[in-house]
Design a protein around this ligand. Structure first.
Ligand code: ADP
Ligand code: MG
Length: 415
């Protein structure tokens, strides 16, 4: 029997009353940790946290799926802090994340609560010296790392993974998308088989699902319904514009609507170019992409995060997992590759229950593809509001089962 409740679907074997408003303490969080959470304004657990924290503290393996911005980090950080003690052999817990930015963010989120129990946390990622990182890693209870750098440290025997008892794969889908599977496999093989494994992902379909099953033992499955929930909480606009007018259209948007805006472009060069052009037009903008040094990326992020600049121009990879508060607008200057990329991009706003605006600039050549992405997300109405038409699905999409927005309607052709 599968129990379906408005906010989540839970495994049939155990049916916690997920709707009951549970406090962190009721989920097994200690008074010390509850206190530091409260000091940071975190009073009540989010849905995914209500679903995983108690089981994770009990030592169960976890497969968790929920949308970006739903609070997954504390879903694993709180149990790990509860499970570890300062006197434990180090390093004890390993969190793998897809990007450097995310490594830093997850580490920072950990540090705040880890100090309640005297635990040390460090982040390991590429672009900085190996030696210092190895030294810091040997002193830390909790390591947050990108797979590439961790594999490098392990290969050189600069880090000892034999004491790891808790492993987390955060944004597992993204790690696979980014081609980290070989590194992840190698790392997992170096970690004792007798461990607790937690898998956090926006999707558990296909390859990610298989990996999740392979890495976990008798996991509890937890899912907060609708990875597209973000989409419902937001306003979505599709703005038709000639390719040559995109810059003007963007500048107009940025000046008319004040806010903190994340602008997505397709390429690293494109990010630099657009940030430069925006500055020329009087918009305070910085770029962030993978060809910049770690220091330069951190500076961009810091200037944007602190509000010194209002606009961050980023590539998909650079913005993955980014959690900057109060992003009010996400602009797709170049269209997202597919509906998943759209959700990930706009997921940078409307985080933690706040509402936000997603704006996609659509040139005539991009109409077909963007229209299909919109339809896939049931945003056809929004797309067509501006006088554009969603075209019939391509054959590749037409084979998808039960896509109401794609299949349930008669394809509308242009007159
Ligand atoms: P995800 O990993 O699911 O994308 P994050 O863990 O990055 O989401 O959380 C998104 C934001 O929500 C963060 O700024 C985090 O501090 C905040 N947050 C998480 N849990 C809570 C909570 N229980 N109450 C208030 N804010 C929270
Ligand atoms: Mg996350």
């Amino acid at each position: 029997m599968t129990m379906t409740v408005p906010i989540s679907r839970v495994a049939p074997d155990d049916e916690p009353d997920v709707l009951a408003p549970k406090s962190f303490e009721e989920l097994g969080t200690s008074p010390e940790v509850t206190k530091v959470l409260a000091a940071r304004g975190i009073m009540e657990p989010f849905a995914i946290q209500r679903l995983v924290i108690a089981d994770a503290i009990a030592g169960r393996d976890i497969l968790a799926k929920s949308r970006t911005g739903s609070g997954k980090t504390l879903g694993f950080a709180v149990p790990i802090v509860e499970l570890l003690a300062a006197k434990d052999l180090k390093p004890r817990a390993l969190i793998l994340v897809p990007t450097r930015e995310l490594a830093v963010q997850v580490k920072d989120e950990f540090i705040a609560i880890a100090k309640a129990k005297g635990l040390l946390v460090m982040a390991a990622y590429g672009g900085v010296g190996l030696k210092d990182q190895a030294k810091a890693a040997s002193r830390a209870h909790i390591i947050v790392a990108t797979p590439g750098r961790l594999e490098d440290l392990a290969d050189r025997r600069m880090i000892d993974l034999s004491k790891i008892s808790v492993l987390v794969l955060d944004e597992a889908d993204r790690m696979l998308d980014m081609g980290f599977l070989p590194q992840v496999n190698k790392i997992v093989r170096r970690i004792p088989g007798k461990r607790q494994t937690m898998f956090f992902s926006a999707t558990l379909d296909g390859e990610v699902g298989r990996l999740a099953k392979a890495f976990t033992t008798d996991p509890v499955m937890r899912e907060v319904e609708s990875p597209l929930q973000t989409v419902d909480e937001m306003e979505h606009r599709f703005v038709p514009t000639e390719q040559a007018d995109k810059l003007d259209t963007l500048v107009k948007l940025l000046t008319e609507e004040s806010g903190r805006t994340l602008v997505f472009v397709r390429t690293k060069r494109g990010a630099d170019r657009l940030a430069y052009k925006l500055k020329g037009r009087g918009v305070q903008a910085v770029a962030m992409h993978g060809d910049m040094t770690q220091g330069a990326r951190e500076r961009s992020l810091e200037r944007f995060g602190s509000g010194k600049v209002t606009t961050l121009v980023a590539t998909d990879v650079a913005a993955r997992g980014l959690d900057v508060d109060n992003i009010t607008h996400v602009v797709n200057y170049d269209p997202p590759e597919d509906h998943k990329a759209y959700v990930h991009r706009v997921g940078r706003t409307a985080r933690a229950g706040k509402s936000g605006i997603g704006i996609t600039l659509v040139s005539p050549a991009e109409r077909g593809d963007v229209g299909r992405v919109a339809a896939r997300l049931s945003l056809d109405t929004e797309f067509e509001k501006e006088g554009m038409k969603v075209l019939p699905p391509r054959m590749a999409y037409a084979s998808h089962r039960g896509r109401k927005s794609m299949m349930g309607r008669r394809p509308r052709r242009r007159g």
